[in-house]
Design a protein around this ligand. Structure first.
Ligand code: ADP
Ligand code: NI
Length: 208
């Protein structure tokens, strides 16, 4: 098993598959999760090969696009990994990550068991907050035809998604490194929201 080659082939495969995707699951999301996962993993005692494959493959078949079917992702990951000659142990560990990686909000308790998977989960969640997270939320909301915001928060709006999910992300972090980065990005989210709500009325300014 040539690990370096498997990573390289997986990167090329995923880059091809995700290029130009417009709902926040484009290649650059995967790329950021990959590099962030490596960054976090470097501070932990883990199998970097599993972390990298987990990150690259974590959204391979997002359940949202498969009618809520959570088995499609691991199946696709298994097919891919055996086609590039990964061993069964690797396949099982990576499939576990793919199965539990999707961001299901704050309500559901994570079943991610391996530290490698927890790192991928942190990296994935970090991409939902901060400046990139804001951009992804509005892109995703737009793709569903949702309003940016509505004053009484009755309809599903993207600003509503901030309160329902994004502002809760920092408390879901698994690793110390993830927590530190999340704290900083969370602060930015709060500042952004404050400014957004002031400007929403048209004439508002933060400072007069
Ligand atoms: P992941 O990359 O972890 O699989 P999701 O598929 O849950 O993430 O979401 C992808 C991106 O879309 C995230 O940035 C998330 O905040 C955003 N998103 C998900 N649901 C909504 C929503 N209802 N409104 C706005 N943004 C959303
Ligand atoms: Ni993702």
């Amino acid at each position: 098993m040539d690990k370096e080659k498997i990573i390289q082939q997986t990167q090329e495969y995923i880059e091809g598959k995700f290029s130009g995707e417009g709902t926040g699951h484009d290649w650059w999301h995967i790329y950021r999760v990959w590099t962030m996962a490596i960054h976090i993993a470097n501070k932990e005692k883990v199998d970097l090969f599993i972390v990298e494959l987990g990150a690259l493959l974590h959204d391979i078949a997002d359940h949202k696009f498969h009618g809520g079917d959570h088995s499609v992702g691991p199946e696709e990951a298994r097919k891919w990994l055996s086609s590039v000659g990964a061993d069964e142990d690797t396949i099982q560990k990576v499939c576990h990550i793919v199965e539990h990686a999707s961001f299901k909000g704050s309500g559901s308790k994570s079943k991610m068991e391996s530290l490698e998977g927890k790192i991928v989960q942190d990296a994935d969640r970090l991409d939902a907050i901060g400046a990139i997270g804001i951009a992804r939320a509005f892109a995703y909301g737009g793709s569903l035809g949702r309003p940016l915001h509505d004053n009484d928060n009755k309809k599903d709006s993207t600003v509503n998604h901030f309160y329902e999910k994004l502002l809760k992300v920092k408390d879901l972090m698994n690793t110390k490194t993830g927590k530190e980065i999340a704290e900083e990005r969370h602060q930015y989210l709060e500042e952004y929201l404050k400014r957004f709500l002031v400007e929403w009325e048209g004439v508002g300014k933060i400072k007069d």
